[in-house]
Design a protein around this ligand. Structure first.
Ligand SMILES: [Zn+2]
Length: 96
């Protein structure tokens, strides 16, 4: 173990896509998967109709760690918003 570097977080299940996120192949704290959202859900908002990935806009200020924290919070907020919209749609269309 290198002195001065934090240990990678333990494997966890992503709160959004429910896939297993592992730090097995991440050696830099900059690249670590950090709970509760996996790196994929953190950086992607979806896909365009051509199949190209749409990326979340990273904040312009702050440290790399701060930017990733902000993107994870944004990902969780988006997930809650999408869930709310789906529930509203189900109520409007009589699906319970
Ligand atoms: Zn995920």
């Amino acid at each position: 173990m290198t002195v001065g570097l934090e240990d990678p977080p333990a494997d966890f299940t992503c709160a959004i896509c429910e896939r297993e996120a592992s730090n097995r192949f991440h050696w830099s704290p900059r690249d670590y998967e950090r709970p509760p959202v996996c790196k994929s859900c953190e950086s992607l908002t979806g896909y365009s109709w051509t199949g190209a990935a749409r990326r979340r806009t990273a904040p312009t200020g702050g440290t790399a760690r701060d930017k990733r924290d902000a993107m994870r919070i944004g990902a969780l907020a988006d997930a809650i918003g999408q869930l709310a919209a789906r529930q509203q749609w189900e109520v409007q269309h009589g699906i319970t």
